[in-house]
Design a protein. Sequence first.
Length: 351
Amino acid sequence: MCKDRAMSGGAGGRHRVVVLVRDGVLPMELGIVHQLFGRARSAAGEPLYEVVSCGVAAGPVRTDADFQVHVAAGLEALEGAGTVVVPASHELDERCPGAGPVPAALVAAHRRGARVASICTGAFVLAAAGLLEGRRAATHWLSADRFTAMFPSVDLDPAVLYADEGDVLTSAGEAAGIDLCLHVIRRDHGAAVAGDVARRTVVPPHREGGQAQFIARPVAAPQEASTGPAREWALERLDEPLTLAEMAARASMSVRTFTRRFRQEAGVSPAVWLARQRVERARQLLEETDLPVERVAERSGLGTAASLRARLQAAVGVSPSAYRATFRGSGSGPAPGPGPGSGSGAGRPAG
């Protein structure tokens, strides 16, 4: 991402995140943004973001629950935003997302250099504003058909958790909003800061945007074994040449059963999961240690420095040295650039 997009905004040089609240907003989605960005801290313990909410106008805003929220500012708050986040409002998004002053305000903020993101059906508003034209996008899978019919020029991926197009990001339901916020924090400040936020919030530190939104069988039935213990075992041995047969044996399953159940529970194959975990371990080591690149490659299980460079370049678009220079021990500073774009329930989307 560009430095001005990453770091423009609020008080004390902090990046200013503005949450645009509309009638019918989902309270959880509003809270997600404040909770996650509000907990991001530098190595010195200083807040890295200033998070504020605004509405179309200052005053009370209805939620989709039995209470209101009060916002102190109207759309003028977008003028100082480094990032604008649009949570879902189901009663508005799929009917008339282009109505009112919101789309024009989002376009103006984006032109001033703000990064714009949406959670769930908030993507309808970004699309109505023209910000997703020709871009890859995500929204809740239950709303995918309607979205595609309304915005055929948007490259909607109905399966992924989130899509990162650099200065415009979109995500699926409420839980995917958590993933998107953590992804943005990782982009801005590295895996260590995002991991700390995740630990404080007691959520998984990282799920790839390309992971499937809807996993048919996310947990094993009580009478069935899970692949979870095998994943924990593998995480402690990423520097070893782990095989599928070894992981299956840890779960007391045949390779075929283990592979099927692993995909059901994790959403990806064991090989893809292992590769992602090794890249994440390498990022952690680059941020938190002074180990040479060769040792980082060995300890993360990526083998050689050349392999580490290739994998990190594919994941985040930079070399190990550039990644370390940006994130090593600083807890702040813009990311050197986004990686490649990557971006349940029944009835009405859960947000």
